[in-house]
Design a protein around this ligand. Structure first.
Ligand SMILES: CCN[C@H]1CN(CCOC)S(=O)(=O)c2sc(S(N)(=O)=O)cc21
Ligand SMILES: [Zn+2]
Length: 260
């Protein structure tokens, strides 16, 4: 059922009641301090192989808007950097704020961005299914990309133009041949650390790779995300989907490494 959300009655500060791991030792997101992040020369570049990727659909799951990918083989993977194996692209989704407000999950020296894109990948070398990987300490790799408001993003239109089709929680529509490579910034320099899902079930199964360079999107494009609803078509109380981000969590002694 509806056991968690981002509101006063079901938001991040209450998630620990149903998901005690919310107070765990490797929770996400975190505030990243670039000066403290150790430059690790053994950290190679990340490699993204998305050329043969197959997007399937775009959906409103009542928490975010999600684009799912076909993950029956290694056609779309992230590898290198802190990763020992290639991890298969499963889905991507966003977190964002209200009008003119910040909405990223990770922050950089307390600075938050307008939004944050998460590309979720799973370790299909070690685990049979995505579900199994999602609960394993080295099961998932999520690539985080900051969105800041500025110029129009020429490729984000493909996504924002489809949002009206998935306005309500539970809606899904076809979304073929979208290649997320077009959403990457020019530099793949990153910070990396061991963390968790930033939503329930908050599994501590994520190797986070957060790109340093944000991409620019226009305020008009951001406003289209806020047209989405947390609520279903049948519900009489319409709740605009915004501020669907978890605030930074305690570092608890973890090391953040920097690619360079
Ligand atoms: C609303 C539910 N979100 C989660 C759904 N999944 C987890 C459980 O599935 C078996 S998931 O692995 O696709 C991810 S990744 C992710 S974040 N924000 O950390 O990138 C959240 C979720
Ligand atoms: Zn996310």
């Amino acid at each position: 059922g509806h056991d968690w959300g981002y509101g006063v009655e079901d938001g991040p500060s209450l998630w620990h009641q149903n998901y005690p791991i919310a107070k765990g030792s490797r929770q996400s997101p975190i505030d990243i301090l670039p000066q403290t992040a150790s430059h690790d020369p053994s950290l190679g570049p990340i490699a993204l192989k998305y050329d043969q990727c197959t997007s399937i659909n775009i959906a409103n799951n009542g928490h975010s808007v999600v684009v799912e990918f076909e993950d029956s083989d290694d056609r779309s993977v992230i590898q290198g950097g802190p990763l020992d194996n290639p991890y298969r692209l499963k889905q991507f989704h966003f977190h964002w704020g209200g009008k003119g407000c910040r909405g990223s999950e990770h922050t950089v020296e307390g600075h938050s961005y307008a939004s944050e894109l998460h590309l979720v990948h799973w370790n299909a070398v070690k685990y049979e299914t995505f579900g199994e990987a999602a609960t394993a300490p080295d099961g998932l790799a999520v690539l985080g990309i900051f969105l800041e408001t500025g110029d129009d993003h020429r490729w984000l239109h493909t996504i924002t133009d489809a949002l009206y089709m998935v306005k309500f929680k539970g809606s899904v529509t076809n979304f073929k041949s979208f290649n997320p490579k077009c959403l990457l910034p020019s530099s793949l320099h990153y910070w990396t650390y061991l963390g968790s899902l930033t939503t329930p079930p908050l599994h501590e199964s994520v190797t986070w790779i957060v790109l340093k360079e944000p991409i620019a999107v226009s305020e008009k494009q951001m406003s289209k995300f806020r047209m989405l609803l947390f609520t279903g078509e049948e519900e009489d109380q319409r709740m605009r989907m915004e501020n669907n981000f978890r605030p930074p969590q305690p570092l608890k002694g973890r090391k953040v490494r920097s690619s360079n």
